[in-house]
Design a binder for this molecule. Structure first.
Ligand code: PSZ
Length: 497
């Protein structure tokens, strides 16, 4: 069984200098490749006895039925998550796609051990009013750096999580849209008074168009654009905002080109029709359209570059903003920093939200979207500089180790292997699809999907489901062919069973 010697060095030394020394030792382990276990270790059923007892404890103080097991983050390492019962699982789900370098990456630990950074962590500012002296530089050198920022988007607003990024991006779009109508005129007395009691014209009836199957978060505004599962939405009031069909393709794509082109056309026609209907009948003009480059929670639904190009054209024609939600697709898993870079859009999207692998949330936007007045998009923290420290360390590793190229290479390898498996087991799995290592396949039924994910766990693989019958892979950017082989061995034996 795997013994994490490196971990021992780290956890038993406490002073900063010693911690750094510990990290160095760990790094050495990394270069010899012994930082991770050789493979998964399954010591108990999962959840094991210690997880079950902790779950009981947690359940007595909160609703915890979503908890799968309790992890040991001190011992987790690289692509392996360790649980409290001594199981080491190859993690191809990575905290819902939010760990770009896996667990306890030495570069991230090193950044946290730096005394200068410790003061940044200890003094979390209200960024909208008292940013630190190095904040403009950090934004420019980390988030707006040319290999990081989406091409053509020069402005950034930082936030905390994915939902609050989308939520504030919506507001930003409404402010921009109203400003266009107002054409530079100041707020009227009527607007000022009516907005205070949620009435027109100060609280205009604008809408955000979204797509069936989308997931954009669970906060109150975002939830009106989320349509992936009823349990997310039940009992919560929603805006009457337009919802268009997202393309549903037939697989394999090569054999269904014509049908899928028709499907693109059908969905774009629906978008056009909704623009008209909400303007004329509903009197609730569409100010913005929000879309994921790949619908993730909704089942890893892909759409063609042509579809996104057309959507951008139609959105612009109607004077609305295109908001691309890269919360799950962003930060490298598709082999490019941002998935929409695969689509050859003629101009950048107006707004693009991020979170997850980027460690903090926020959105990039065109200069036009900067509100004229301060305090209109605002909250206490407006992001978190301590997360930018981690992000900086992550981006350096991505660059130094060419991780985006690796993602492309390993992703191709995985897709090829999965397609072979699909041919061998065509009654069980189908519709293998993906970009980079952002990969999914469908199972013949949702029961079968749940059974496969469960069985994979017994073989030491932590995978996740999405949509009604898909298994999704969301490994770290550090996932290699060797890890993929371990995954395929497990999947092959599950499919045989
Ligand atoms: O069940 C949930 O609440 C989940 S499971 C996965 C997510 C949420 N993903 C978050 C997410 C996302 O995938 C996209 C495309 N947009 C927005 C969000 C919301 O981000 P958070 O969860 O950070 O608020």
């Amino acid at each position: 069984m795997f013994v994490n010697k490196c971990h021992h060095v780290l956890s038993t030394r406490t002073s900063t200098r010693r911690l750094l020394k510990g990290v160095t030792t760990w790094k050495r382990c990394l270069t010899t490749g012994s930082r991770e276990p050789e493979g998964p270790v399954v010591a108990t059923e999962i959840p094991g006895p210690r997880s079950r007892s902790l779950l009981q404890e947690l359940n007595s103080i909160q609703q915890a039925s979503s908890v799968q097991f309790f992890a040991d983050y001190e011992k987790s390492s690289g692509n392996y998550i360790m649980d409290v019962d001594g199981n080491a699982l190859l993690d191809v789900y990575m905290q819902i796609s939010s760990m770009p370098l896996g667990y306890n990456h030495p570069a991230m630990l090193e950044a946290l051990a730096d005394p200068v950074n410790q003061k940044i962590i200890a003094n979390r500012p209200a960024l909208g009013v008292f940013p630190a002296k190095d904040w403009p530089n950090r934004l420019k050198n980390v988030l707006l750096e040319k290999e990081v920022a989406p091409p053509g988007l020069s402005h950034i607003t930082t936030m905390m999580c994915g939902s609050c990024s989308n939520e504030n991006a919506f507001k930003n779009i409404f402010i921009w849209y109203a400003e266009k109508q107002r054409q530079g005129a100041p707020f009227t007395k009527e607007e000022i008074e009516s907005c205070m009691i949620n009435e027109k014209p100060g609280s205009p009836h604008y809408s955000i168009m979204s797509f069936k199957g989308a997931f954009h978060g669970r906060t109150l505004g975002c939830l009106s654009t989320t349509h992936s599962k009823y349990i997310h939405k039940m009992d919560i009031p929603a805006f009457d905002w337009p919802i268009a069909s997202f393309p549903e393709y037939k697989y394999p794509l090569e054999e269904n080109v014509r049908e899928n082109q028709q499907e693109d056309k059908r969905c774009i026609a629906e978008v056009e029709e909704l623009f008209e209907r909400y303007k004329n009948e509903k009197r609730m003009p569409v100010a913005g359209v929000i879309i994921e480059p790949i619908q993730a929670e909704g089942g890893d639904n892909h759409a063609s570059s042509e579809f996104f190009q057309e959507l951008q054209r139609v959105t612009r024609k109607h004077g609305a903003a295109l908001l691309i939600d890269e919360v799950q697709t962003g930060g490298g898993p598709t082999g490019k920093m941002w998935c929409h870079e695969h689509f050859n859009l003629s101009t950048p999207p107006d707004v693009m939200t991020f979170s997850k692998k980027m460690q903090l949330g926020g959105y990039y936007h065109l200069e036009d979207f900067k509100p004229k007045q301060g305090y209109r998009v605002f909250n206490t923290w407006m992001g978190d500089p301590s997360k930018v420290i981690l992000l900086e360390a992550i981006l350096e590793i991505i660059k130094k180790e060419n991780l985006l190229d690796r993602v492309t290479r390993v992703g191709d390898y995985m897709l090829k292997n999965l397609k072979d498996l699909q041919n061998e087991h065509s009654n069980t799995i189908n519709a293998v699809r993906g970009r980079g290592t952002f990969i999914a396949f469908n199972c013949a039924s949702s029961q079968l999907r749940d059974a496969i994910v469960k069985k994979l766990l017994t073989k030491g693989i932590q995978a996740g489901g999405c949509g009604s019958q898909a298994v999704r892979l969301r490994p770290a950017l550090t996932f290699t062919e060797r890890h993929a082989d371990i995954f395929f061995d497990a999947l092959r034996s599950v499919l045989k069973e």
